[in-house]
Write a protein that binds this ligand. Structure first.
Ligand SMILES: NC(=O)c1ccc[n+]([C@@H]2O[C@H](COP(=O)([O-])OP(=O)(O)OC[C@H]3O[C@@H](n4cnc5c(N)ncnc54)[C@H](O)[C@@H]3O)[C@@H](O)[C@H]2O)c1
Ligand SMILES: O=P(O)(O)OC[C@H](O)CO
Length: 333
Protein backbone atom coordinates (compact mmCIF):
# COMPACT_ATOMS: atom_id res chain seq x y z
CA UNK A 1 0.00 0.00 0.00
CA UNK A 2 1.33 3.46 -0.85
CA UNK A 3 -0.98 5.32 1.56
CA UNK A 4 -2.70 7.48 -1.07
CA UNK A 5 -6.46 7.00 -1.15
CA UNK A 6 -7.94 10.43 -1.83
CA UNK A 7 -6.32 12.54 -4.54
CA UNK A 8 -7.07 16.22 -5.13
CA UNK A 9 -6.66 17.66 -8.62
CA UNK A 10 -6.35 21.44 -8.65
CA UNK A 11 -7.35 22.80 -12.05
CA UNK A 12 -10.24 21.73 -14.28
CA UNK A 13 -8.66 22.46 -17.66
CA UNK A 14 -7.89 19.71 -20.17
CA UNK A 15 -4.85 18.37 -18.28
CA UNK A 16 -6.40 18.39 -14.81
CA UNK A 17 -9.43 16.58 -16.22
CA UNK A 18 -7.26 13.98 -17.98
CA UNK A 19 -5.26 13.36 -14.80
CA UNK A 20 -8.45 13.03 -12.76
CA UNK A 21 -9.49 10.38 -15.27
CA UNK A 22 -6.19 8.51 -14.75
CA UNK A 23 -6.59 8.59 -10.99
CA UNK A 24 -10.26 7.56 -11.07
CA UNK A 25 -9.48 4.61 -13.36
CA UNK A 26 -6.98 3.38 -10.78
CA UNK A 27 -9.84 3.12 -8.29
CA UNK A 28 -8.72 6.01 -6.06
CA UNK A 29 -11.07 8.69 -4.74
CA UNK A 30 -10.60 11.88 -6.78
CA UNK A 31 -11.88 15.39 -6.17
CA UNK A 32 -11.26 17.84 -9.01
CA UNK A 33 -11.32 21.58 -8.31
CA UNK A 34 -12.39 23.66 -11.30
CA UNK A 35 -12.64 27.43 -11.32
CA UNK A 36 -15.75 27.53 -13.47
CA UNK A 37 -19.10 26.37 -12.02
CA UNK A 38 -20.27 25.15 -15.42
CA UNK A 39 -17.24 22.86 -15.70
CA UNK A 40 -18.10 21.29 -12.31
CA UNK A 41 -21.74 20.89 -13.29
CA UNK A 42 -20.84 19.25 -16.59
CA UNK A 43 -18.39 16.82 -15.01
CA UNK A 44 -20.79 15.85 -12.20
CA UNK A 45 -23.86 15.49 -14.41
CA UNK A 46 -23.11 14.70 -18.03
CA UNK A 47 -19.61 13.28 -17.32
CA UNK A 48 -17.85 15.47 -19.85
CA UNK A 49 -15.77 18.66 -19.62
CA UNK A 50 -17.33 20.38 -22.62
CA UNK A 51 -15.35 23.57 -22.01
CA UNK A 52 -11.79 22.22 -21.99
CA UNK A 53 -11.86 18.54 -23.01
CA UNK A 54 -14.90 18.05 -25.22
CA UNK A 55 -15.74 14.65 -26.64
CA UNK A 56 -14.12 12.53 -23.91
CA UNK A 57 -16.42 10.43 -21.68
CA UNK A 58 -15.28 10.84 -18.07
CA UNK A 59 -15.19 8.26 -15.30
CA UNK A 60 -18.27 8.47 -13.07
CA UNK A 61 -16.11 8.45 -9.92
CA UNK A 62 -14.67 11.93 -10.59
CA UNK A 63 -16.26 14.46 -8.26
CA UNK A 64 -15.81 18.09 -9.34
CA UNK A 65 -16.12 21.06 -7.02
CA UNK A 66 -15.82 24.81 -7.18
CA UNK A 67 -14.73 24.96 -3.53
CA UNK A 68 -11.04 24.41 -2.68
CA UNK A 69 -12.16 23.62 0.88
CA UNK A 70 -13.59 20.31 -0.38
CA UNK A 71 -10.01 19.15 -1.05
CA UNK A 72 -9.15 19.38 2.64
CA UNK A 73 -8.82 15.64 3.36
CA UNK A 74 -6.74 14.71 0.31
CA UNK A 75 -3.60 12.61 0.78
CA UNK A 76 -1.91 14.18 -2.26
CA UNK A 77 -2.69 17.09 -4.61
CA UNK A 78 -1.93 17.35 -8.32
CA UNK A 79 -1.35 21.02 -9.18
CA UNK A 80 -2.60 21.68 -12.72
CA UNK A 81 -3.35 25.39 -12.86
CA UNK A 82 -1.81 27.56 -15.61
CA UNK A 83 1.58 28.75 -14.36
CA UNK A 84 0.65 32.42 -14.06
CA UNK A 85 -2.37 31.56 -11.85
CA UNK A 86 -0.70 28.93 -9.68
CA UNK A 87 0.44 31.20 -6.84
CA UNK A 88 -2.99 32.79 -6.29
CA UNK A 89 -4.80 29.45 -6.41
CA UNK A 90 -2.32 27.69 -4.12
CA UNK A 91 -2.43 30.48 -1.53
CA UNK A 92 -6.09 29.65 -1.04
CA UNK A 93 -5.57 25.87 -1.20
CA UNK A 94 -2.84 26.07 1.46
CA UNK A 95 -5.48 27.08 4.04
CA UNK A 96 -7.16 23.70 3.52
CA UNK A 97 -4.22 21.42 2.74
CA UNK A 98 -3.57 18.41 4.97
CA UNK A 99 -0.23 18.76 6.78
CA UNK A 100 2.55 16.90 4.98
CA UNK A 101 0.43 15.90 1.98
CA UNK A 102 2.69 15.92 -1.11
CA UNK A 103 2.11 18.24 -4.05
CA UNK A 104 2.69 16.96 -7.57
CA UNK A 105 3.25 19.81 -9.97
CA UNK A 106 1.79 19.08 -13.41
CA UNK A 107 1.78 22.61 -14.89
CA UNK A 108 4.55 23.79 -17.21
CA UNK A 109 5.78 27.34 -16.90
CA UNK A 110 7.79 29.98 -15.07
CA UNK A 111 6.27 32.83 -13.07
CA UNK A 112 6.59 36.19 -14.78
CA UNK A 113 8.16 38.95 -12.68
CA UNK A 114 9.63 36.76 -9.92
CA UNK A 115 11.14 34.33 -12.53
CA UNK A 116 10.41 31.54 -10.06
CA UNK A 117 9.94 27.94 -11.08
CA UNK A 118 6.56 26.52 -10.07
CA UNK A 119 8.27 24.27 -7.48
CA UNK A 120 9.64 27.45 -5.86
CA UNK A 121 6.18 29.00 -5.90
CA UNK A 122 4.71 25.88 -4.22
CA UNK A 123 7.50 25.88 -1.62
CA UNK A 124 6.43 29.42 -0.70
CA UNK A 125 2.67 28.84 -0.67
CA UNK A 126 2.85 25.41 1.07
CA UNK A 127 6.08 25.47 3.11
CA UNK A 128 7.10 22.01 4.28
CA UNK A 129 5.10 20.08 1.70
CA UNK A 130 7.10 17.54 -0.30
CA UNK A 131 7.07 18.55 -3.98
CA UNK A 132 7.31 16.35 -7.07
CA UNK A 133 7.05 17.22 -10.76
CA UNK A 134 5.14 15.21 -13.33
CA UNK A 135 6.10 16.25 -16.86
CA UNK A 136 6.57 14.70 -20.27
CA UNK A 137 5.08 14.20 -23.73
CA UNK A 138 1.38 13.91 -22.94
CA UNK A 139 -1.56 15.46 -24.72
CA UNK A 140 -4.57 15.58 -22.39
CA UNK A 141 -6.91 14.06 -24.99
CA UNK A 142 -4.57 11.06 -25.47
CA UNK A 143 -4.21 10.46 -21.75
CA UNK A 144 -7.93 10.89 -21.02
CA UNK A 145 -8.72 8.32 -23.72
CA UNK A 146 -6.31 5.85 -22.13
CA UNK A 147 -3.74 5.88 -24.96
CA UNK A 148 -0.25 4.79 -23.84
CA UNK A 149 1.82 7.63 -22.37
CA UNK A 150 5.11 7.88 -20.46
CA UNK A 151 6.16 10.80 -18.27
CA UNK A 152 8.94 11.78 -15.89
CA UNK A 153 8.09 11.80 -12.18
CA UNK A 154 10.80 13.94 -10.59
CA UNK A 155 11.22 14.01 -6.83
CA UNK A 156 14.28 14.46 -4.63
CA UNK A 157 13.14 11.74 -2.25
CA UNK A 158 13.28 8.38 -4.09
CA UNK A 159 11.01 6.64 -1.55
CA UNK A 160 8.29 9.22 -2.04
CA UNK A 161 8.88 9.09 -5.81
CA UNK A 162 8.28 5.35 -5.76
CA UNK A 163 5.04 5.75 -3.78
CA UNK A 164 3.78 8.48 -6.11
CA UNK A 165 4.55 6.33 -9.16
CA UNK A 166 2.71 3.39 -7.62
CA UNK A 167 -0.32 5.56 -6.93
CA UNK A 168 -0.46 7.39 -10.28
CA UNK A 169 0.97 4.85 -12.70
CA UNK A 170 -0.87 2.25 -14.73
CA UNK A 171 -0.26 0.12 -17.82
CA UNK A 172 -1.19 3.06 -20.06
CA UNK A 173 0.17 5.93 -17.93
CA UNK A 174 3.79 5.10 -17.18
CA UNK A 175 5.87 7.35 -14.91
CA UNK A 176 9.68 7.07 -14.92
CA UNK A 177 11.53 8.29 -11.83
CA UNK A 178 14.15 11.06 -11.89
CA UNK A 179 15.65 12.84 -8.85
CA UNK A 180 16.01 16.17 -10.70
CA UNK A 181 13.02 18.49 -10.07
CA UNK A 182 14.64 21.56 -11.67
CA UNK A 183 15.59 19.69 -14.85
CA UNK A 184 12.04 18.36 -15.24
CA UNK A 185 10.57 21.83 -14.79
CA UNK A 186 12.94 23.56 -17.20
CA UNK A 187 12.25 20.92 -19.85
CA UNK A 188 8.49 21.45 -19.65
CA UNK A 189 8.71 25.23 -19.55
CA UNK A 190 11.25 25.78 -22.33
CA UNK A 191 9.74 23.28 -24.78
CA UNK A 192 6.59 25.41 -24.89
CA UNK A 193 8.58 28.44 -26.06
CA UNK A 194 10.48 26.35 -28.62
CA UNK A 195 7.23 24.84 -29.93
CA UNK A 196 6.08 28.33 -30.91
CA UNK A 197 9.28 28.62 -32.96
CA UNK A 198 8.65 25.19 -34.53
CA UNK A 199 5.15 26.30 -35.50
CA UNK A 200 6.58 29.43 -37.12
CA UNK A 201 9.03 27.29 -39.13
CA UNK A 202 6.11 25.21 -40.39
CA UNK A 203 3.80 28.17 -40.96
CA UNK A 204 6.47 29.98 -42.98
CA UNK A 205 7.17 26.83 -45.02
CA UNK A 206 10.86 26.72 -44.06
CA UNK A 207 11.02 22.94 -44.50
CA UNK A 208 11.69 19.81 -42.45
CA UNK A 209 15.47 20.38 -42.35
CA UNK A 210 14.96 23.70 -40.59
CA UNK A 211 12.43 22.01 -38.29
CA UNK A 212 14.97 19.35 -37.26
CA UNK A 213 17.69 21.98 -36.79
CA UNK A 214 15.36 23.97 -34.57
CA UNK A 215 14.65 20.95 -32.35
CA UNK A 216 18.37 20.14 -31.99
CA UNK A 217 19.48 23.71 -31.33
CA UNK A 218 16.47 24.28 -29.08
CA UNK A 219 17.42 21.20 -27.09
CA UNK A 220 20.91 22.72 -26.61
CA UNK A 221 19.32 25.94 -25.28
CA UNK A 222 17.04 24.04 -22.91
CA UNK A 223 19.93 21.96 -21.58
CA UNK A 224 22.22 24.99 -21.11
CA UNK A 225 19.62 26.80 -19.01
CA UNK A 226 18.79 23.72 -16.95
CA UNK A 227 22.46 22.99 -16.17
CA UNK A 228 23.04 26.65 -15.23
CA UNK A 229 20.19 26.29 -12.71
CA UNK A 230 21.74 23.19 -11.17
CA UNK A 231 19.98 20.45 -13.13
CA UNK A 232 21.64 17.38 -14.62
CA UNK A 233 21.99 17.39 -18.43
CA UNK A 234 20.86 13.75 -18.55
CA UNK A 235 17.42 14.69 -17.19
CA UNK A 236 16.85 16.81 -20.28
CA UNK A 237 17.55 13.81 -22.52
CA UNK A 238 14.51 12.11 -21.01
CA UNK A 239 10.76 12.32 -21.39
CA UNK A 240 10.44 15.70 -19.66
CA UNK A 241 13.02 17.29 -22.01
CA UNK A 242 13.72 15.85 -25.41
CA UNK A 243 10.60 13.65 -25.35
CA UNK A 244 8.25 16.56 -24.76
CA UNK A 245 10.20 18.84 -27.11
CA UNK A 246 9.76 16.37 -29.97
CA UNK A 247 6.04 15.93 -29.30
CA UNK A 248 5.22 19.59 -28.87
CA UNK A 249 7.31 20.75 -31.85
CA UNK A 250 5.83 18.11 -34.16
CA UNK A 251 2.08 18.24 -33.70
CA UNK A 252 -0.35 21.08 -34.36
CA UNK A 253 -2.44 19.43 -31.61
CA UNK A 254 -0.07 21.44 -29.36
CA UNK A 255 -1.49 24.86 -28.50
CA UNK A 256 2.04 26.29 -28.55
CA UNK A 257 2.90 24.86 -31.94
CA UNK A 258 -0.45 25.84 -33.43
CA UNK A 259 0.07 29.37 -32.11
CA UNK A 260 3.43 29.49 -33.93
CA UNK A 261 1.85 28.03 -37.07
CA UNK A 262 -0.72 30.82 -37.14
CA UNK A 263 1.97 33.46 -36.47
CA UNK A 264 4.02 32.03 -39.35
CA UNK A 265 0.99 32.28 -41.63
CA UNK A 266 0.67 35.96 -40.78
CA UNK A 267 -2.05 36.00 -38.09
CA UNK A 268 -1.78 38.47 -35.20
CA UNK A 269 -1.00 37.09 -31.73
CA UNK A 270 -3.92 38.86 -30.09
CA UNK A 271 -6.33 37.35 -32.63
CA UNK A 272 -4.86 33.86 -32.16
CA UNK A 273 -5.10 34.00 -28.36
CA UNK A 274 -8.45 35.79 -28.41
CA UNK A 275 -9.99 32.91 -30.39
CA UNK A 276 -9.09 30.23 -27.79
CA UNK A 277 -10.20 29.54 -24.22
CA UNK A 278 -7.19 27.30 -23.57
CA UNK A 279 -3.81 28.36 -22.25
CA UNK A 280 -0.75 28.83 -24.52
CA UNK A 281 1.95 28.64 -21.83
CA UNK A 282 4.89 29.45 -24.11
CA UNK A 283 3.60 32.97 -24.70
CA UNK A 284 3.57 33.71 -20.95
CA UNK A 285 6.81 31.83 -20.23
CA UNK A 286 8.90 33.35 -23.06
CA UNK A 287 9.77 36.60 -21.22
CA UNK A 288 10.52 34.70 -18.00
CA UNK A 289 12.72 32.11 -19.75
CA UNK A 290 14.68 34.85 -21.49
CA UNK A 291 15.09 36.93 -18.33
CA UNK A 292 16.21 33.87 -16.36
CA UNK A 293 18.72 32.99 -19.09
CA UNK A 294 20.14 36.52 -19.10
CA UNK A 295 20.42 36.48 -15.30
CA UNK A 296 22.54 33.31 -15.53
CA UNK A 297 24.52 34.37 -18.60
CA UNK A 298 23.00 31.62 -20.78
CA UNK A 299 22.63 32.12 -24.54
CA UNK A 300 19.14 31.20 -25.81
CA UNK A 301 18.84 32.79 -29.25
CA UNK A 302 15.74 30.86 -30.36
CA UNK A 303 13.86 31.68 -27.15
CA UNK A 304 15.03 35.31 -27.46
CA UNK A 305 13.62 35.42 -31.00
CA UNK A 306 10.28 33.94 -29.88
CA UNK A 307 10.12 36.45 -27.05
CA UNK A 308 10.71 39.36 -29.43
CA UNK A 309 7.88 38.10 -31.66
CA UNK A 310 5.32 37.47 -28.88
CA UNK A 311 6.14 40.77 -27.18
CA UNK A 312 5.66 42.63 -30.49
CA UNK A 313 9.25 43.86 -30.57
CA UNK A 314 9.95 42.26 -33.92
CA UNK A 315 8.03 40.67 -36.76
CA UNK A 316 8.37 37.00 -37.69
CA UNK A 317 10.47 37.67 -40.80
CA UNK A 318 12.87 39.94 -38.94
CA UNK A 319 13.28 37.37 -36.14
CA UNK A 320 14.08 34.61 -38.66
CA UNK A 321 16.57 36.85 -40.47
CA UNK A 322 18.29 37.70 -37.17
CA UNK A 323 18.63 34.03 -36.22
CA UNK A 324 20.00 33.04 -39.62
CA UNK A 325 22.62 35.80 -39.59
CA UNK A 326 24.18 34.80 -36.27
CA UNK A 327 27.92 34.01 -36.44
CA UNK A 328 28.88 30.36 -37.03
CA UNK A 329 29.84 28.72 -33.76
CA UNK A 330 30.66 25.45 -32.01
CA UNK A 331 27.89 22.87 -31.67
CA UNK A 332 28.88 21.95 -28.12
CA UNK A 333 26.27 22.64 -25.47
N1 LIG B 1 -3.48 20.19 -22.09
C1 LIG B 1 -2.43 19.38 -22.09
O1 LIG B 1 -2.34 18.47 -22.94
C2 LIG B 1 -1.35 19.52 -21.07
C3 LIG B 1 -0.45 18.48 -20.89
C4 LIG B 1 0.58 18.62 -19.95
C5 LIG B 1 0.67 19.77 -19.19
N2 LIG B 1 -0.23 20.77 -19.39
C6 LIG B 1 -0.09 21.96 -18.54
O2 LIG B 1 -1.16 21.99 -17.61
C7 LIG B 1 -1.45 23.35 -17.23
C8 LIG B 1 -2.93 23.60 -17.38
O3 LIG B 1 -3.23 23.50 -18.75
P1 LIG B 1 -4.60 22.90 -19.31
O4 LIG B 1 -4.32 22.41 -20.69
O5 LIG B 1 -5.18 21.93 -18.35
O6 LIG B 1 -5.53 24.18 -19.34
P2 LIG B 1 -6.67 24.52 -20.42
O7 LIG B 1 -6.07 25.35 -21.49
O8 LIG B 1 -7.38 23.31 -20.85
O9 LIG B 1 -7.69 25.39 -19.58
C9 LIG B 1 -7.36 26.68 -19.09
C10 LIG B 1 -7.33 26.61 -17.60
O10 LIG B 1 -6.97 27.89 -17.11
C11 LIG B 1 -7.79 28.17 -15.99
N3 LIG B 1 -7.81 29.60 -15.73
C12 LIG B 1 -8.08 30.59 -16.60
N4 LIG B 1 -8.01 31.78 -15.96
C13 LIG B 1 -7.67 31.51 -14.66
C14 LIG B 1 -7.46 32.29 -13.50
N5 LIG B 1 -7.58 33.61 -13.51
N6 LIG B 1 -7.12 31.66 -12.33
C15 LIG B 1 -6.98 30.32 -12.27
N7 LIG B 1 -7.20 29.52 -13.37
C16 LIG B 1 -7.53 30.12 -14.53
C17 LIG B 1 -9.12 27.61 -16.38
O11 LIG B 1 -9.96 27.45 -15.26
C18 LIG B 1 -8.68 26.27 -16.96
O12 LIG B 1 -8.49 25.32 -15.96
C19 LIG B 1 -0.56 24.22 -18.15
O13 LIG B 1 0.58 24.61 -17.44
C20 LIG B 1 -0.17 23.27 -19.28
O14 LIG B 1 1.08 23.62 -19.87
C21 LIG B 1 -1.23 20.68 -20.29
O1 LIG C 1 -0.75 21.92 -26.07
P1 LIG C 1 0.55 22.33 -25.42
O2 LIG C 1 1.46 22.99 -26.40
O3 LIG C 1 0.30 23.12 -24.18
O4 LIG C 1 1.29 20.99 -24.99
C1 LIG C 1 0.64 20.07 -24.16
C2 LIG C 1 1.62 19.19 -23.43
O5 LIG C 1 2.49 19.97 -22.66
C3 LIG C 1 2.39 18.27 -24.33
O6 LIG C 1 3.23 17.43 -23.57
Amino acid sequence: MNGFHHIAVIGGGAWGTALAQVVAKSGLQVTLWAREREVCEDINTIRENRTYLPGVALNGAIHATNDLGELAGADMALVVTPAQHTRATMEVFARHQRDGAPLVLCSKGIEQGSLKLMSEVLAETSPGSPIAVLSGPSFAADVARGLPTAVTLACEDPDLGEKLMAALGSASFRPYYAPDVVGAEIGGSVKNVLAIAAGIVEGKGLGKSAHAALIARGFAEMTRLAVALGAKAETLSGLCGLGDLVLTCSSPQSRNMSCGLALGRGERLQDILGARNSVTEGVASAPAVVALARRHGVEMPICEAVNRVVSGKSGVDEAIKDLLSRPFTSEAV
